[in-house]
Design a protein around this ligand. Structure first.
Ligand SMILES: [Zn+2]
Length: 87
């Protein structure tokens, strides 16, 4: 794809690829540019992410007398799309 400038602030836009979807994000204002079909693919990926989320939840541990506090949980995204706005 060709280099693009941001329509809002004229900043340069970096290309980011997420599986089947390619978006461009302005390095200055973080604005996103993507095609309509890619938006649909992102919405589907978001729905899949939520649909499979419970499968990744760890089962509740049995409570025993010698239990110690579990390690702090790693921070996780609230949604698939959050990854778009990181870094
Ligand atoms: Zn911009």
């Amino acid at each position: 794809m060709d280099a693009m400038t941001c329509p809002r602030c004229q900043g340069s836009m970096a290309t980011k690829a997420y599986s089947d979807v390619t978006v461009r994000q302005c390095e200055s204002c973080q604005g996103l540019f993507l095609e309509q079909a890619d938006l649909g693919a992102l919405v589907e990926a978001e729905n899949d992410w939520h649909a499979h989320r419970s499968a990744h939840t760890a089962p509740m541990p049995r409570i025993t007398a010698d239990m110690t506090a579990p390690p702090p949980a790693a921070p996780r995204s609230r949604s698939f799309l959050e990854a778009l706005f990181r870094g």
